[in-house]
Design a protein. Structure first.
Length: 281
């Protein structure tokens, strides 16, 4: 059975000195592994307790056309600092989770959020289930409908895809955490406990690219609650997991609507994933 609670969407802005008390709680999360509903446990989705406040995660909606920019270089060398690997793209950096990545330009409807802004789904008590920081959204401002009717706060943003970083715990293996991050974000963003989506999570595969040696996993999501055409019939989630020398595990996640106009296709997602690299700090 699932351990996740019904996700709500709430918006807060980062405080200069300390985070809200709710982010001080570390919890074990479960991922749905397809039809059998097998459960893998992980305590590593604990972006809580690190000093960030939370904002909304994703609303579901169609909009316009994704980036078709040229692919990033496939070699291991990445530009130093915050220079993008693809000319004209925008760079996002998480020193906390030791990831740096690029997304297409503002003109292509990508918005890089403030590094201190946390995106979260919460349970009915307001406790975060999944949290990410150093995020970016694709095509905010679409339809306001979403798979979870209990979502509140920034539900009207209507983005078609969201990228961000998470993690920081030591529980479970790196492979388990890669699968859990993919499955948990698919579960929370596309229905939650009251409207459970159908999720199939791939086995974790080695990821050696851009200086990261870790694992990646993919969740294929079928949305079961579609109150309007704004809600996508399907979604996809990709994760990249890395382990730092101190034993903590950190994740990079992209979740994207599928089956709606202007959704990111596999090539678009691959181009973004190929820019993921460590911060080196």
């Amino acid at each position: 059975m699932y351990q996740s609670k019904t996700p709500h969407r709430i918006a807060r802005h980062p405080q200069p000195t300390q985070a809200a008390p709710v982010h001080r709680r570390k919890r074990t999360l479960a991922v749905a592994l397809g039809m059998g509903l097998a459960v893998a446990l992980s305590g590593c989705n604990d972006d809580t307790g690190k000093g960030d406040d939370k904002e909304s995660a994703a609303s579901k909606s169609p909009s316009e056309n994704p980036s078709k920019s040229s692919s990033p270089s496939s070699g291991p060398e990445a530009p130093a600092g915050d220079e993008p690997m693809v000319e004209g793209w925008q760079t996002q950096t998480s020193q906390k989770h030791h990831f740096r990545y690029d997304v297409p330009a503002k003109a292509e409807k990508w918005k890089v959020l403030d590094k201190g802004t946390a995106l979260s789904y919460t349970d009915k008590a307001g406790k975060p289930i999944v949290v990410m920081t150093a995020a970016a959204n694709y095509r905010e401002g679409g339809c306001s409908s979403h798979p979870n009717p209990d979502a509140i706060g920034q539900a009207s943003k209507g983005q078609l895809a969201t990228v961000g970083t998470t993690g920081g715990g030591k529980e479970g293996s790196l492979q388990e955490n890669a699968r859990n991050w993919a499955g948990n974000w698919g579960f929370a963003a596309y229905g939650g406990k009251d409207h459970k989506p159908k999720i199939e999570v791939s086995q974790a595969k080695p990821w050696k690219h851009g200086g990261i040696e870790g694992y990646t996993a993919t969740a294929q999501v079928t949305v079961t609650n579609r109150p309007s055409a704004c809600v996508p019939p399907k979604a996809v989630v990709h994760s990249i997991a890395q382990k730092l020398p101190d034993g903590t595990m950190h994740g990079w996640v992209i979740y994207a609507d599928q089956g709606v106009p202007d959704a990111l296709n596999a090539d678009d997602i691959k181009k973004i994933m190929n820019t993921v690299r460590p911060t080196g700090g």
